[in-house]
Design a protein around this ligand. Sequence first.
Ligand code: C2E
Ligand code: CA
Ligand code: CA
Ligand code: CA
Length: 275
Amino acid sequence: AKAAGRNTQRFFDPAMQAALLARASLEADLRQGLAGNELFVHYQPVVDARGRVQGAEALARWRHPVRGFISPAEFIPLAEQTGLILPLGRHILQVACAQLVRWARDPQAAHLSLAVNVSARQFRQPGFVAEVLQTLQASGANPRRLKIELTESMLLGDLECTIERMGQLKRHGVGFALDDFGTGYSSLSYLKRLPLDQVKIDQSFVRDVLTDPNDAAIVRTILALAQSLDLAVVAEGVETTGQLGFLRLHGCEQFQGYLFGRPGSAEDMDVLLHA
Ligand code: C2E
Ligand code: CA
Ligand code: CA
Ligand code: CA
């Protein structure tokens, strides 16, 4: 009776109930927003050491009709929990492939690759490989221009299955990056076994790289490790020339961050490419 009393009390906790209702309503809004084309894609340039744009990352955006812009940091976890990440991810992939086709027709943009974030739940879904190949084929996008960004949470599941799926897509030319590297569960043995092309240094290490000796050591270690495993490295969250200088000095060759360009529309990317 005591336990039941506690449960009843918890159930009617007004703050918790308000939070549950807010979450349920945001979920309903996200479902509706997906159907109503409120979700779209922004592109953030990835540049080489000479500042030339080599590619971009596709980042999901949601303009809510009442609340305005909602951060992916809020709606992506919700989408993952509710399964909405599957239709959302499919939509982003379609938009990204269509953008690759547009770039392929523009001599200034034909060399660009486009990185798409894929959640563990999305990647593990049985039809994922077929879905990617079908989307590439239907759009006419070059698979060699598509990169898939996975996070270290992938490593918690069935590693053999992950390797197998990556291999299937790699055989068609699709590239793979390990995102937010250093923040999660990576062990070196996993890193060696995955057929990766690239790792992305998380922005949390880049931010204080000039002032925090620990972050500086981590960044140097990641760069040395990547070099020995023959992986390309993209540093994320590069905001200052000081950070850029440190990263270049230690062998980083690709950069992404506000110093080079914030995420923006496809038109913003065009302006940047034709400047
Ligand atoms: P992420 O994949 O690590 O993406 C990089 C984030 O860093 C983006 O945040 C970008 O706007 C931000 N950023 C870029 N340069 C700078 C900089 O110089 N300084 C600072 N402070 N931030 C910078 P955003 O767009 O809010 O996305 C947050 C996260 O949401 C992404 O982190 C990614 O994990 C997730 N996400 C976004 N779009 C998708 C998607 O289509 N699918 C999935 N599964 N996840 C997505
Ligand atoms: Ca990413
Ligand atoms: Ca990242
Ligand atoms: Ca991140």
